[in-house]
Ligand binder design. Structure first.
Ligand SMILES: [Cu+2]
Length: 163
């Protein structure tokens, strides 16, 4: 009886090993691996395409910026917080194109100059907006934040346009 049991176990093991080897050699499983590799390659390709498109867009944006920013454009970066700008005096020449880059580091603010009809959007904490205008007149002009009572609280500065 014991001997038959032993033979039975040996046969089972042989069948199991045979089945295992057979399944491992099946082409379908190899096909699945290939497919997965293909998928990965396709994904990689589409990512690369996306990256290329993105850098093309960036290049185009840069070209546009360069087109606007000729030598008569004066660029100023201001940080707005409650309740002040870190730059309180801006000095340009008459006829200059002035580009204001407003970064908001706290609260809700904007940047307005009435005489040149220029204003940024009202922006939130962490946002940035820009406004570009031509300083067509000489003089001293107050710029300010138009939110609530910020102007009264001293959120102002002076644009000086010289001859
Ligand atoms: Cu403000």
């Amino acid at each position: 009886m014991n001997k038959y049991l032993m033979i039975g176990i040996i046969v089972l093991v042989i069948v199991a090993v045979g089945a295992y080897l057979y399944m491992n050699n099946q082409t379908p499983s190899a096909g699945i691996t290939d497919e997965a590799t293909n998928d990965a390659m396709v994904k990689k390709e589409s990512n690369e395409t996306a990256v290329e498109e993105k850098s093309e867009n960036e290049a185009m944006e840069k070209t546009e910026d360069t087109a606007i920013t000729d030598e008569s454009t004066k660029e100023f970066t201001l940080n707005a917080s409650s309740f002040k700008y870190d730059v309180t005096e801006i000095r340009v020449k008459k006829g200059d194109t002035v580009k204001i880059i407003l970064n908001n580091t706290g609260g809700i603010h904007d940047w307005v100059i009435d005489e040149f009809d220029a204003r940024t959007k009202q922006i939130n904490d962490g946002e940035t907006d820009t406004v570009t205008f031509v300083a067509s007149e000489t003089g001293e002009f107050e710029y300010y934040c138009s939110i609530g009572n910020h102007r009264a609280m001293g959120m102002v500065g002076t644009l000086i346009v010289e001859e």
